[in-house]
Design a protein around this ligand. Structure first.
Ligand code: TPP
Ligand code: SF4
Length: 258
């Protein structure tokens, strides 16, 4: 009997280094890293990409991505990415930012990058809290959600309402592509990968700013197992945030960009 030919069904992406991830077991950061790396590899852009990193649990993510990297101060990644993209106009430039990083301290830099229509891509990782610093309330924390700084649940009359970043950014004319995906199931992960690819394609086509929001988890600070944390995303974050493609360049549909 001849031996059956070996079939490769999965191999790690060249877009990630071999360094073991430091994230807690079950954390979505690892999934999102892989999606970005796979897309850049499939687009043949690994040697042409500069990532700009956040502060938070992903502060050391330059150790994992096989692309050039610049570290930015908390929330300032879009300003740094603006400089990089303008200095190296043919490069793919992206920021990787948590919701504490982008939606709190860095909201001005992020919005102004979109307002200016900077040709950069932002991957926005929304786990509805500050992960690294111990699970404090973020601008994205849901009403009623318990965090270390809202132990009785977030109250709108005290701290306002959760900010729906993709919805907000989709209203900015300089934002050419805005999408909102999740990591709570294999189907959602594959859909998010498509959004990330379209965002990078939008950038390379010169249409303007692009943002992909990715609903993620924090099993450690949510006090849930990795499986329960994925269910929690599905049952709580997905219904409270605008999902899907919110804005695509009109040129991508065959006409001029709006
Ligand atoms: C200027 C500045 N202010 C505050 C901090 C403290 N700090 C570090 S990480 C963080 C929150 C990060 O949360 P998020 O961006 O949601 O990322 P996660 O850790 O959840 O991935 C804060 C407030 C800091 N590093 N620098
Ligand atoms: S603290 Fe939360 S966001 Fe940070 S690595 Fe752990 S699970 Fe992930």
């Amino acid at each position: 009997m001849p031996e059956a030919a070996e079939k490769c069904v999965f191999k790690p992406t060249e877009g990630l280094t071999e360094k073991p991830l430091h994230y807690c077991p079950g954390c979505s950061h690892g999934i999102i890293h892989r999606l970005i790396a796979e897309v850049l590899e499939e687009m043949g852009q690994l040697d042409n990409t500069v990532g700009v990193g956040p502060v938070g649990c992903a502060a050391f993510c330059e150790q994992y991505f096989n692309v050039d990297w610049v570290a930015a101060a908390h929330g300032r990644a879009p300003a740094v990415a603006t400089g990089v993209r303008r200095a190296v106009p043919d490069a793919v430039v992206f920021t990787y930012q948590g919701d504490g990083d982008l939606a709190a301290i860095g909201i001005a830099e992020a919005m102004h990058a979109a307002i200016r229509g900077e040709k950069i891509t932002t991957i926005f990782v929304n786990n509805a809290i500050y992960g690294m610093t111990g699970g404090q309330m973020a601008p994205t924390t849901l009403i009623g959600m318990k965090t270390t700084t809202s132990p009785y649940g977030r109250k709108a009359e005290e701290t306002g309402y959760p900010v729906d970043i993709p919805k907000l950014f989709s209203e900015i004319p300089g934002a050419a592509y805005v999408a909102s995906g999740s990591t709570d199931s294999p189907k959602a992960v594959l859909q998010t990968k498509k959004y990330i690819r379209r965002a990078f394609e939008t950038q390379l086509a010169g249409h303007g700013y692009s943002l992909v929001s990715v609903l993620s988890n924090c099993p450690t600070n949510w006090g849930l197992t990795p499986v329960k944390a994925m269910e929690w995303i599905r049952e709580n974050l997905v219904p409270n945030y605008t999902m899907g493609e919110l804005k695509v360049p009109t040129a991508a549909k065959g006409g001029e960009q709006a």
